[in-house]
Design a binder for this molecule. Sequence first.
Ligand SMILES: CC(C)(COP(=O)(O)OP(=O)(O)OC[C@H]1O[C@@H](n2cnc3c(N)ncnc32)[C@H](O)[C@@H]1OP(=O)(O)O)[C@@H](O)C(=O)NCCC(=O)NCCS
Length: 184
Amino acid sequence: MQPTQNQPIHEMQGKTMAESHVRLSQFMSPQHANAQGNVHGGEIMKLADEAGALAAMRHARSHVVTVAMDSMTFMEPIYVGNVVTLEAEVTYVGRTSMETRVVVIAENPLTGVTTTTNIAYLVYVALDSQGRPQPVPPLIAANDEERAHMQEARERQEYRKLQRAREKQRRQALDVGAPGSPHV
Ligand SMILES: CC(C)(COP(=O)(O)OP(=O)(O)OC[C@H]1O[C@@H](n2cnc3c(N)ncnc32)[C@H](O)[C@@H]1OP(=O)(O)O)[C@@H](O)C(=O)NCCC(=O)NCCS
């Protein structure tokens, strides 16, 4: 069953993590390079966002927007001439939000050597046709490994909610007295 606007979550059929799985591959050419000649970190972040968004769209079957990106650590450089493959899937869902896990793998196509260079977590919110957050189907973990992924994701999302509340307070404090601020 496809989600429809304001449909109660309990009426939606659950979907497995595998159903949201996305694999994206791209050849890294000189246009992706930084000043050192390696691939620019921002290119990888953009590709991770695209892969994560596609996984979230597959789960929700709706438009989505990015609300958070964390744990985007760069463990290994990626070189021009490598093929980058991103594997993404939904690891946790709330009411309208979805966390996706994106694994980035670089391959030297001349040698076949592959390296897992990044694991990123990105959160998306499903939107209805008016651009408002819309409920998403429940997520089904099919085995113990997926259940463990889901539990870790739930903990990360709880932490993000705390961070979000703190950031809101910091932004409000910065806005006090600023031109155009509602506090002035
Ligand atoms: C997405 C958006 C419409 C949500 O509106 P909102 O008023 O914040 O709605 P809510 O507070 O109900 O949040 C919606 C969900 O997102 C989650 N969420 C929002 N910000 C989050 C964050 N920083 N980290 C994790 N989850 C977040 C909430 O926990 C909630 O999840 P749930 O429904 O599963 O419980 C609004 O935040 C927005 O437009 N953000 C900008 C998105 C964007 O432009 N992204 C591209 C940036 S370049």
